[in-house]
Each structure stands twice: as C-alpha cells, then as structure tokens.
Design a protein around this ligand. Structure first.
Ligand code: BLA
Length: 317
C-alpha cells in the first residue's frame, strides 16, 4: 500500500494548502479535479493528436443559477477517439468530475469512465473501463481487455471497498476492475484516487493505442449499437441528473446531458430507452419513472479475485 502514496513533497504541499484553507472552510478540505483532467490530456497528447471538438464552441463554461457554482466543459476528438469530454462542477459545497472517452466505432475498446462526486461529508466514486460488450456471458471480449488488468483492479479495490447496492442494470456496464466506492472526505483518499485515475487512464491509453481498426462492417455496427445503448442508459438514468437540474434548470441540464455528456444518443441510433430496457416500460407503454426496476442489488463486490462474476444471472437486456 505504501507505494501508492504520492511523493512526500505532494503530501506536504497538499497539507499546507489544506491548513491554509481551513480558516475559511472549517468542515471540508478542498479538492480540485482539474489536475485529473490535465493529466489525462497531457498523457493522451503523448500518444495521439487531439483536436478540439465542435461541441467546444457551445459547451465551455456555465454559471449555476444562483451564481455561486461553475461548470467547466472541455471536449476533443482524435484519431481513434470519437469524443473525449469532461465536466467539472465546483460549488461552495461540492466538486464533481464527469470524465469519459468514447472510441470511434471501428474500435471495440472499453469506454473510459470517471465519475467523482465530492461533498463535505462524502465521496461517490465510479472509475472504470466500461466494457462495450457483455463481459458476463462473452468470455472472449472479457479476456481480450480485462484478463491482464485483474491485478490492477485488485490493488485498488482493496483500498476502496465496494460502495454498496447500486441500480442492478449498472452492473452490466461495469467491468471486473470497476472501482465503485463511497468514502468520507479525506486528503489521503483523494491522493490514492488520483493515483488510481492515472493508472487506469494509462492502461486505457495502451488499449486504444494497440487496438486494430475493425474492417468487418457488421462488427462496427455492433460497436455503434453498444455505444448507443450505453449512452441511452446514461442520458436517461444518470444519478447526477437531479444535481444538474438544480444547478442550471431542467432545459439546460437536458441539453447538457443529451448534446454534451452523452453526445451521440440522438445521432448514433434510433432505438429508444424502451427498446433497450423494455423492463422499464409500464403496461400503458410509458416510461416508468422509478430510478430502477430490477431494483438495487449487489451489497458486495460481485466479482472474485480472478475477475469471475459471482452474481446471479442477470436479465438479458
Ligand atoms: C450515485 N452514481 C451514483 C451511483 C452510481 C453512479 C452507480 C449509485 C446509485 C445508483 O446505483 O443509482 C454512477 N452509474 C454510475 C455510472 C454508471 C452507472 C458512472 O450506471 C455508468 C454506466 N454523479 C455524477 C455526476 C453527479 C453525480 C455528474 O456522475 C452530479 C452532478 C452525483 N451520483 C451522484 C449522486 C449520487 C450518485 C448525488 C447519489 C444519489 C443517488 O444514489 O441517486
């Protein structure tokens, strides 16, 4: 565990900073997710050329309705990268990072996903390489991307205990190395989270760099459909929606979700949420508004140390 700690200089700087801020911020220590995004951009640029996304013009900066919060957005595209985008929210009481990278359709590489919600009391964290295809039943895809990553996952999942029950459907979008955790705010955890983010991002970059362009169009079609299903799930069910609506209002929040965060949901396919997730459909044919239907499940991590799924067979989506 010691090797995961940042160099002493970082700790010292952080602690000093924390003490300095304590005079104005008694109950919280201050975290910033900008260095996470800066790291990811620098690291990506060491491997590939990034160009600004057309989305950048519309989505760059927003103030919250009360004027006390800031939303910062950046977006890029690259040779194998359909979209790299990041949203950072900073208010007096919370910091949020929603960072994701979506591959081009010709690559079945997982989607890089970092979702961190920090308030004075708690942190809600998802860090993962979200598999594009079913890894619970399809061993070939699972082995291709995750077999060699199990030790990395184990290292961090020992440091970050399982966050408890979650929407059952979400587990199908998570990999065996997912870090799903909750913890009370403290500087050391933040440093370990930064270390996990850097390692997960580096392995993701290796995967995308090594990946070979798919030439079989039927496979490309499957990749697009998988991204579209993922985007459809998140654009409708993302647990951050409530926070976004409170900060910027219903209309802007919806636009941010569909056009920026989950860009592609209106372009990559025409299937609807009900087509992909029919168990959400009520008898009258309307979308059930409950946050989940199958329910919340998985009190404990449903993968063992070899990365084998331990849960009950899940409904085919
Ligand atoms: C809670 N966020 C959660 C939970 C998960 C995720 C699993 C636990 C509750 C649940 O299962 O519904 C994250 N779920 C994901 C991710 C995927 C998924 C990443 O299926 C990917 C497939 N979180 C954010 C942003 C905000 C945020 C941008 O990513 C705020 C703007 C907040 N997440 C947030 C809050 C909760 C939460 C406040 C707790 C509230 C709740 O449980 O509904």
């Amino acid at each position: 565990q010691r090797s995961l700690l940042p160099p002493l200089t970082t700790v010292t700087t952080f602690t000093r900073d924390w003490r300095r801020r304590r005079s104005t911020c008694i109950r919280c220590f201050s975290v910033s997710y900008h260095k996470f995004v800066d790291f990811a951009l620098d690291e990506t640029r060491r491997h590939t050329h990034l160009t600004s996304s057309p989305l950048q013009e519309k989505f760059s900066f927003m103030n919250s309705k009360d004027g006390k919060g800031r939303l910062s957005m950046i977006s890029f595209q690259g040779a194998k990268i359909r979209l790299l985008r990041s949203l950072i929210i900073e208010t007096e009481t919370m910091q949020v990072l929603d960072f994701a990278v979506f591959p081009e359709a010709e690559y079945d590489v997982p989607i890089f996903c970092a979702n961190f919600f920090t308030s004075a009391k708690t942190n809600i964290v998802v860090l993962d390489l979200n598999p594009l295809h079913d890894i619970i039943n399809q061993h070939e895809y699972k082995d291709k991307y995750f077999k060699s990553l199990i030790p990395l996952g184990l290292k961090y999942t020992e440091l970050f205990p399982w966050g408890g029950k979650l929407s059952s459907e979400s587990i199908k979008f998570f990999s065996p190395i997912v870090i799903w955790t909750k913890f009370t705010s403290n500087p050391q955890k933040y440093d370990i989270l930064y270390s996990a983010f850097r390692e997960y991002y580096k392995v993701w970059l290796e995967l995308i760099c090594k990946s070979v362009k798919e030439t079989d169009e039927s496979q490309t079609v499957l990749n697009i459909e998988a991204q579209h299903r993922y985007l459809t799930w998140r654009a409708v069910k993302d647990p951050g929606q409530g926070v976004l609506k409170k900060l910027i209002g219903d209309t802007l929040a919806k636009d941010l979700l569909r056009s920026f965060l989950f860009n592609g949901v209106d372009e990559l396919g025409s299937k609807t949420f009900n087509d992909y997730f029919p168990h959400y459909c009520t008898e009258e044919g309307t979308l059930n508004k409950k946050s989940n239907i199958v329910g919340k499940s998985f009190d404990n991590r449903p993968w063992n140390a070899r990365g084998e799924f331990l849960g009950k067979p899940i409904l085919e989506l």
